[in-house]
Design a protein around this ligand. Structure first.
Ligand code: SAM
Length: 273
């Protein structure tokens, strides 16, 4: 089984989240922020004045700290685990973070992040302090999107998710893509031991061309314990995938889905350019 971090996803601010995950060398937002940010930069460079990204399962806006604010993720972890912030009350923490994110709000002015998560306190905090531009508390696995959600998703040109496939399926992703721009890209960092087959099949059914980056995986965090490691290894075997390096970490694969008339340059080139 995977360790259960449910309670840290719904705290009033991100301190418990980072305090719990930092000892496990939690780092997937560093990779997601860099790679998804690179896709957004590419879309901007070829003519989109503003690239609207829908970050699904965004939690406290962790990917936006890198892709929008261009912060070093290690600095973000240090910010929330600093003993000096542990004693701040809610108002003081919000004030500190508002000033903190105001410093870098214009680091990539062509990027707008719409963060969506079923954890209402997390998206509300991320929006309140300016980590993300718009926060949507929604569970599109269970519910139809409301008119507000549909409005907020209009004009989205990149739909992204890290660490979320498994929690959400092709149902949420399809509902978001239906509301986004018709030529939107979809990208995901998906744990290697999570079955992405149905998501990929649904993207292909929509006419998108799906690539999975070959030969490279991305560290998510350390295994919490041996049970998690054994579970990840047996699930990877069950799916018939090659085992990632046995280095004590969860590894994710990178996917990119694009319209058939928009598949150049190839994924490997986009990631390394
Ligand atoms: C493992 S965290 C991923 C956070 C971040 N994207 C990352 O890569 O580290 C999973 C997130 O999915 C959210 N989630 C779980 N079920 C969901 C659902 N049905 N709809 C939207 N978000 C969901 C949780 O609240 C949590 O914030």
């Amino acid at each position: 089984m995977k360790a259960d971090f449910e309670s840290i996803y719904t705290a009033a601010d991100p301190r418990p989240y980072f305090t719990e995950l930092a000892p496990l060398d939690y780092q997937i937002p560093a990779h997601a922020g860099r790679v998804f940010g690179r896709f957004a930069d590419h879309l901007h460079a070829r003519g989109l004045p503003v690239v609207r990204i829908a970050d699904l399962c965004c939690s406290y806006g962790v990917n936006a700290t890198v892709m929008k604010h261009r912060r070093d993720f290690g600095e973000i972890v240090a910010h929330y685990t600093d003993p000096a912030v542990a004693g701040l009350d809610d108002t003081e923490m919000v004030a500190l973070d508002r000033a903190y994110y105001a410093e870098t709000a214009a680091a990539a002015p062509w990027i707008e992040v719409i963060g969506m998560d079923s954890a209402a306190p997390a998206v509300a905090y991320a929006e309140r302090v300016g980590m993300i531009d718009v926060g949507l508390a929604a569970d599109l696995e269970s519910d139809e999107p409301t008119a507000d959600v549909l409005d907020a998703l209009r004009g989205v040109s990149l739909v992204a998710v890290s660490g979320g496939i498994g929690y959400i399926s092709e149902r949420t992703i399809g509902r978001v893509l239906d509301a986004a721009s018709p030529d939107a890209w979809f990208t995901a960092l998906c744990l290697r031991w999570v079955d992405a087959t149905a998501v990929v099949a649904d993207l292909e059914r929509r006419g998108l061309v799906v690539e999975r980056l070959d030969g490279v995986t991305f560290r998510q965090r350390r295994f919490a314990d041996d049970t998690e490691r054994d579970f990840a290894r047996s699930e990877t075997d069950r799916l018939g995938l090659d085992q990632p390096p046995d280095d004590g970490y969860h590894h994710s694969d990178l996917y990119l889905a694009r319209p058939a008339d928009d598949v150049s340059p190839p994924l490997g080139q986009l990631v390394s350019s």
